[in-house]
Each structure stands twice: as C-alpha cells, then as structure tokens.
Design a protein around this ligand. Sequence first.
Ligand code: ZN
Length: 457
Amino acid sequence: MPSLTFLGAARTVTGSKHLLEIDGQRVLFDCGLFQGLKELRKRNWAPLPIIPETINAVVLTHAHIDHSGWLPRLVSQGFRGQIYCTGGTADLCKLVLPDAAHLQEEDARFANKRGFSKHQPALPLYTQEDAAEALSRLQPNPFNTRISVVPGLEVEFINAGHLLGSSYVLATRADQSGGRVLFGGDLGRYARPILPDPSPGVETDILLCESTYGDRLHPAEDDGATLARVITETIARRGKVIIPAFAIGRVEELLYWLFKLEDEGRLQKLPIYVDSPMALKGLAYYNVRTDELDKEVGAMRKNLSRFTAVSSAIESKALVDNDTPAVIIASSGMATGGRVVHHLFAGLPDPRNTVLFVGYQGAGTRGRQLVDGAQYVKMFGQQVPVHARIEKIDAMSSHADAGEIIRWLKTFPKAPKMTYLVHGELIAQDALKAKITKELGWNVEIPSHGQKVSLPI
Ligand SMILES: [Zn+2]
C-alpha cells in the first residue's frame, strides 16, 4: 500500500517535507528548511530517515524557503533526480536558494571567527555550489497540465494564489485506481491585490492542508487604513518606518498599498526605499508573469519607478545612517537576517521610529520577540533596547486564515477520505481540526514529526 511520511512541517510551520512511497518509487513533496527555534533548526543537520539517493524525484509547491530551502542539502547528500515545479517557482528558486547558501556560508564563517562551533572548522549546511546543483535539477512546468514524475505517478500544478508560481499539487496514480493525493502547499487568500484567489479544490482521496492561521481570523480588510495611520504617525514624529518583509511576495503587495494610498491622497508622498537586492529581482519576475497574477497588478506596474531601489551594500549603509523620515522595506521578513537587521540595530533604540511587521512571525525568531513586546533584542552580540514603536498588520498575510481555509475546503466536490493538517503550530491545528470536524464532518488527523501513514489509494 502507498505510504506517506511526514518529514517536516508536522506540528510546526517550517521544514515542509512529505515523502510519498508508491509502487517502489519515492517522491518527496517539498523540501523545506526548518527555521525558528534552535531544536527545529538542528533538524536541518539530521540525516533523513532514508538515503537521499533512493528518492526518485522531488515536487515543489512553491519557492518559499520553508518549502524549498533544504534542496541544496538534499543534493549534497546524494539526491540525483529531477525537481518538478512551476515556471514561477523555478524563477524564484534562482533567487532564494543561492541567497540561503550565502547565509549558511556566512554563519559558518562567523562561527569560525568566534570559535563557538563544536566542529572545527564549522561547515555550512550547504554551499553556493550545492545551490547551483539543485537549481540545475529544476524542471519548470505550466499550471494545469499533467506530467509524469516517476513511473506510475503524474502530478498537476494548480494555482494556490499564495506567491508567484505557488501551487497545490495533485498527484494521481497512473493505473486504473486513479488514486489521488492533493498536496495543499500554502493556501493564498481571497480578494487580495497582486495574487489571484486560490483555485477551487478538486476531487481527491487524501488532502494535506496547511494550518498556519488555523486558530485565527485575519482582521477585516481596512483598505489600507492601518498602514496609512502607522506611517502618518511615524512621520509626524520625524521617524522612519522600517518594514521587515519577505523578499519575495510581500514587497509587491506593500508597494501596491503605498502607491494606492498616495494616489488617493490618504498618505503624503514620502521617500520609499526597497533595500533588498532579492526583492528587486523578485519584482522583475512578477512583472513578466502578470498573466498568473491578479488583474490589478497592471496598475502597479506603471508605478515601479516610484520607489528607490537600494542595490549596493554602500547605499544600504548610507540609508541606515540617514535620519530623514522614510519608509524602508527590507528583508528578511522575520528579522532573522539580511539588511533589515542593520536597520533595526540602528533604528530600534529611537522612539521616533516604527517597526511594522506584515507577515507571520515564527516562534524563536527576532520578529516574534519584537511582536511579543521584548524590551531588548540581541543583535551582533549586543542587547539592543527597543524604544521604537512595534506594530503589525495581520490583514496583509499571504496565508489564508481559519475562515478562508474552511471557505476553500467547501469548494471541494466531495470530502477526501482523510485530511492531514500540516504546516501549523499544534494549538492552531487543534482549533482548525475542531472547526473542520464541526462544520464539514471530514476525517482530520494531525500527524507528528516522522510519522508514516498508509494511504488507501
Ligand atoms: Zn509559503
């Protein structure tokens, strides 16, 4: 009987890896990095319970690092197959994987310099060469087209509206049984700018559904009112608004709102900086794939010259030192690395400034500490006092909330035999399981890390 093993994103939101074993073939769906708490990050170093060489193919739902960021490690450990994804996912992986490798190399260099690693010398989890090798294995495919990934198994990518190229992957047995598993990836949201609505559900035997916000409802869309208020108040204090943003995905929506508010006269015209080389390249990819996006994206296109692109590290340093009121969008989104850390290091002690979070802040990240009201955060070996105002806008999340997940599940033509909740912290998953059971009467399970289940397909 086919089986599924949950090798990541089980009772946590990162490290997505789901191994489907079917007719002697092994296919890994998503290959993400664990992030956040140290005990989770340690899992990135642990070997898989199976030899990577025995995995025949990998299929990616989307390019976010918690779904793709372990690929270079998989390759360095001996995986030799192809990696199937959409064209948009392949584009964005060309940005995120080399960047992730760079960060791993930096971490190892830093550990060697400080001598705090148990290993001498400290080695990176993977290198730029491993990332390049992983990229060379990507096989981009169009949406809504069935392709064979291993003998006996076909997959189809369906637009999930969560990120450029993001998909649900429908895996279908090529024999008469036609057994199906839908790997939900991350679910987008309804009636948002930039990205399309999530595609309706399809008939499937087994469903893997994300549950990041399974216990929450995003605040109602306020047409940019909170964003306008936060920026206006900060500018009145002559401060800077520092927005940590995931380099791919969030920046496009932020710019959309900023330009819209300016055009409607609800926000004074301000210097807007995008201080992230990766975000700038990501914007370019969004620009060439507008047919996969929301129709409103065309309006944003003509506005692209209205922000200042900060490309070089020297320009970034000058911006950190500049005291002029401005909006600064920089990555990473959970303030765990990247240029935003320098902006925070300089900006957090100043009560005129605001740090505005617009995405999910994982447990154990600097972003979560700030959102939770930390008085000090550690950066570059120092305790930095937090005097800046900390704000967050959950309405701008790219993940569906509990209500939107239920709305999506109601679009399925019939109940799957089993729905597994993944990609959520347990408290959110318990709440979502109760809601699905009550409102839809579906069979729902919350798998644990490493659990293997038989699939009746
Ligand atoms: Zn995602």
